[in-house]
Design a protein around this ligand. Structure first.
Ligand SMILES: O=P(O)(O)OC[C@H]1O[C@](O)(CO)[C@@H](O)[C@@H]1O
Ligand SMILES: [Mn+2]
Length: 443
């Protein structure tokens, strides 16, 4: 396959000193240790709820996870999944594929294989540790952290909900220019909301403390690719071609729960209230993922929290959003593909139903760093390679990545732009300080 051979190498722990190496060596074991601690801390709760059976399940889960941590730290081969969860066969096929890629250079292993693969694999094994051990099989080990992030962002949540409800009051009177300005503001809030993930900080507090709207101007220089004008054109043109039967649909491929999710929900509400879109489809994760990623439970929990909040504008948002779900103008979906190790260039083949669904959209907004890694295949690209090329034939619909840079891959920069920042700030790709709003039109 000539096209595959032309792709740059995958990021991997085999590159000593790289962020992938550091992640596998330090951050992933830290995350596993936190998961084990969380289970320990809930021992009494498991006993109260399920009796001795709950405690035994907790012990089995912990020993499975300690074994996993040991395999990781000693660079053992990545073993086939032994559970019977619905995605196990696809995972094991992917492992075979990795085995073939390694061309007899040993079994796929934690430090030698592509980073994206082993990191996803760790989260899938964490899921197995719980899912295989009823009666604690529905316990989300990351739930507390996600809830805490939401509560600790309280002031920012209030500021954003208040700003937004105020905007709604006179949204009908805004002219095109003003609407565009508001869209750009909320896109940036959603972009910077991506700083608040918990996998990056290995579970440490990462909530939004300051008002999310105040600092936008100052952050503009840190938006390395800014395609917001292109997004506006796509939406306005879609509206023009909008007929009775063809609704303008925007899809948001969600990333983290907590403040980031709130910023995405506000953006989604704005799209409908401004009539730039008629429908928003949200895509979440079907299992707990990368510490803070949004599951259906987190999505519904967030809307319930807002509804019952002791703050007028927060609860107004919550009530409206529940209404949007009820009337079907908002749709929440999940698909197992989002928690498989494949990059998105394989979606058409591995999950043709999902690909076909995304093709019905007018615009796909991919939130966050992991989605960017999967869009671009998590490879050592030259910074100036066009985004379209790095997408490697993934073009279901016009798409845009809103992402703060937290892993060492970036494409679509101007010639010399990456090198210039690199010279003064060697950490620019992993500090979360820079962001992109990077668009690609479908073919
Ligand atoms: O929530 P996000 O933005 O996808 O980030 C997830 C984080 O986890 C990583 O995938 C690494 O563990 C980073 O790339 C990123 O920092
Ligand atoms: Mn995430």
């Amino acid at each position: 396959m000539a096209a595959v051979a032309a792709l740059p190498v995958s990021l991997s722990g085999r590159f000593k000193g790289s962020f992938a190496y550091f992640t596998i060596k330090d951050r992933l074991p830290q995350i596993l240790t936190r998961v084990i601690d969380t289970l320990h801390r809930h021992k009494n709760e498991f006993f109260e709820e399920h009796g001795e059976k709950g405690v035994e399940a907790e012990k089995r889960a912990i020993s499975f996870l300690s074994k996993l941590r040991n395999e990781l730290q000693t660079d053992k081969p990545v073993t086939p999944l032994e559970d019977e969860l619905p995605d196990a066969a696809l995972w094991n096929q992917y492992l075979d594929y990795q085995r073939n890629l390694s061309n007899g250079n040993g079994e796929p292993s934690w430090f030698q294989s592509p980073w994206l693969f082993v990191e996803c694999y760790m989260y899938r094994r964490i899921h197995a540790a719980l899912a295989q051990n009823p009666p604690i099989d529905n316990f989300d080990v990351f739930k507390e952290g996600k809830a805490q992030n939401f509560f600790e962002s309280q002031e920012a949540v209030i500021a954003l909900c208040t700003y937004f409800q105020d905007l709604l009051k006179n949204i009908k009177d805004l002219d095109e220019k003003q609407l565009k300005e508001e869209l750009f503001k909320l896109l940036q809030v959603s972009l910077w909301g991506n700083k608040c993930d918990l996998s990056f900080s290995a579970g440490e507090d990462s909530s939004q403390k300051s008002s999310p709207l105040q600092s936008l101007e100052n952050l503009i220089p840190y938006v390395l690719v800014n395609d917001m004008e292109k997004l506006w054109s796509v939406l306005v043109n879609a509206k023009k071609n909008d007929t009775e039967n063809s609704k303008v649909r925007v899809d948001i491929i969600l990333d983290n729960a907590g403040f980031e999710l709130l910023s995405d929900l506000v953006l989604a509400d704005f799209l409908l209230s401004s009539k730039l879109a008629d429908e928003v489809h949200f895509h979440g994760k079907s299992i707990p993922w990368y510490v803070s990623d949004t599951t259906k439970h987190d999505f519904n929990w967030t809307i319930k929290q807002l509804q019952s909040a002791n703050h007028k504008w927060m609860s107004k948002c919550g009530i409206n959003w529940e209404g949007n779900l009820k009337t079907g103008v908002w749709v929440y979906c999940d698909h197992m593909f989002w928690t498989l190790p494949h990059d998105f260039s394989r979606m058409a083949e591995v999950a043709p139903d999902l690909y076909a669904d995304l093709q019905k959209s007018n615009l796909l907004l991919f939130k966050g760093d992991l989605n960017y890694r999967k869009l671009t295949g998590d490879r050592k690209w030259e910074y100036s390679v066009p985004f379209h090329q790095a997408l490697n034939k993934f073009h279901p619909a016009p798409l845009c990545s809103l992402r703060t840079l937290k892993s060492d891959t970036q494409v679509g920069l101007k010639p010399g732009q990456g090198e210039q920042i690199q010279a003064s700030e060697p950490e620019w790709m992993i500090s979360g300080k820079y962001g992109i709003v990077q668009f690609d039109a479908a073919l």
